[in-house]
Design a protein around this ligand. Structure first.
Ligand code: 5AD
Ligand code: SF4
Length: 440
């Protein structure tokens, strides 16, 4: 590659999960610290970071076509960095296949971007997919300006090795960030404008500090920050839902009544083949305990249809479970073989038409469940954290405690916590009316 002038502007494009969104924000902050500024809307950036996801579909192929699209008519291209899980999984392969790419950086190494950019400026391409002993969190710049709802990564990696999943390979083993670092970062987020913090981790409820305190201790400590109004956490594994964490849903009012707890399937043979190490029944038991602690809790989950060997009857068990739980919202996916995972080479790969049909049926059931949940909240009064303006004059958008998207019109500002009454439910959002503070 030829030497290039130092980039003055950047654009970070993040795909996939919220952890990638968080990483994307941190990379942006790091670039800003180097004096590189966000490219104005509609203008080409000197440096484009593709922060990729490898969890499903033809993610790697998508990266190559995205790279191709960045090429200009004269054959040149901006400086391109491939980050995220495809970078981790493909590393050198990206360098070979895509000469336009200047650097490839994995999710544990992106704090080294400034050096990699300096190398690229001198005409040297670089790959860094190390999982270094020093953590990126120690060297990343402090958070400066955030919206009312901010993410905080507290845990990374996964030791569960579900047989379909690439995460243990791309994100590495489970590690928890130290308690005191997290408290300090939370304080900075609040000072920078956050009123809600969502704690993130591939297995967030596996977080443990040096003295083996669990996530509820962190949640309790965050609840003591006066200006912080709301706390959430995602994504959890059923086996790590400890009594202490469940009790926090009863005891900590700032912990929002929402739990994302993926189950993946409703049939025990399939769950075993997935190496989920829980059954449908043990999952439902956990939900019962959570509901006992916080009766109004909104439940969410992830599902995979068409795992290798899944029969029609086994799929029906998933529909039964959906019926039993009454989810507030969910994500559902067709199984996608991930290179290097055990399930990718299992017998009984399910034809795509069968997966399509199952996904349609599952999504119809999940949509109905979501609408029913939303309809049941009509008439309730609750707070909404105002996140942005709506399309219409005077309209505001925000989230209810149950993570529903709520819209209303009236006097408000971004970052306000307003009291509303929910008045009309749609499948994906709820109309609300501002409750005026009482007179006198
Ligand atoms: N195919 C389809 N869905 C997958 N997920 C993870 N790996 C795969 C795969 N190979 C889904 C799971 C997980 C969510 C983040 O992505 O449902 O909970
Ligand atoms: Fe993947 Fe399973 Fe770990 Fe979740 S728990 S990240 S699905 S291996």
């Amino acid at each position: 590659m030829r030497p290039t002038p130092p980039p003055r502007t950047y654009r970070v494009k993040s795909f996939g999960c919220q952890m990638n969104v968080y990483d994307g924000e941190r990379m942006a902050e790091l670039l800003a610290e180097q004096g590189i500024t966000p490219a104005p809307e509609g203008e080409e950036a000197d440096l484009v970071v593709l922060n990729t996801c490898h969890i499903r579909e033809k993610a790697a192929e998508k990266v190559y076509s995205d790279i191709g699209r960045l090429r200009r008519e004269d054959g040149t291209a901006p400086l391109i960095a491939v980050a995220g899980c495809v970078a981790q999984a493909e590393g050198e392969e990206i360098m070979r296949r895509a000469p336009a790419v200047g650097m490839v950086v994995g999710p544990q190494a992106y704090h080294r971007l400034p050096q990699m950019i300096a190398d690229a400026v001198e005409g040297r391409r670089s790959v860094d997919t190390d999982m270094p002993a020093e953590t990126k969190f120690d060297v990343l710049p402090a958070r400066r300006k955030v919206g009312p709802s901010a993410f905080l990564t507290v845990q990374e990696g996964c030791d569960k090795f579900c047989t379909y999943c690439v995460v243990p390979y791309t994100r590495g083993a489970e590690i928890s960030r130290p308690y005191s670092d997290l408290i300090a970062e939370a304080h900075r987020l609040v000072e920078a404008g956050a009123r809600e913090i969502t704690l993130l981790g591939q297995n967030v409820n596996a977080w443990r500090d040096e003295s083996n305190r669990g996530l509820e201790k962190l949640i309790e400590a965050l609840a003591d920050i006066p200006q912080l109004a709301r706390i959430r956490y995602t994504t959890s594994h059923p086996n790590d839902m400890t009594e202490g964490l469940i009790a926090a849903h009863r005891d900590v009012p700032k912990l929002m009544p929402f739990l994302h707890l993926p189950v993946q399937a409703g049939n025990d043979r399939v769950l075993k083949a997935m190496n989920r190490s829980h059954t449908a029944e043990s999952y439902l038991r956990v939900l019962d305990q959570v509901r006992a602690a916080r009766p109004d809790i909104a439940l969410s989950g992830d599902f995979i249809v068409g795992f290798p060997g899944e029969t029609d009857a086994e799929f029906e068990d998933t529909l039964k479970l959906v019926e039993q739980v009454g989810y507030a919202q969910c994500f559902s996916f067709k199984y996608s073989p991930r290179p290097g995972t055990p399930a990718a080479t299992m017998d009984g790969q399910v034809p795509v038409e069968v997966m399509d049909e199952r996904l349609q049926r599952l999504q119809a059931a999940l949509n109905a469940s979501q609408l029913a949940f939303n309809q049941a909240s009509v008439g309730k009064r609750c707070t909404v954290l105002v996140e942005r303006r709506g399309k219409h004059e005077g309209q505001w958008l925000g989230k209810s405690p149950w993570l529903q998207s709520v819209h209303f019109t009236g006097e408000a500002a971004i970052g306000d916590l307003v009291e509303v009454e929910l008045i009309e439910a749609g499948p994906n959002s709820i109309a609300a009316r501002l409750v005026q503070p009482p007179h006198g």
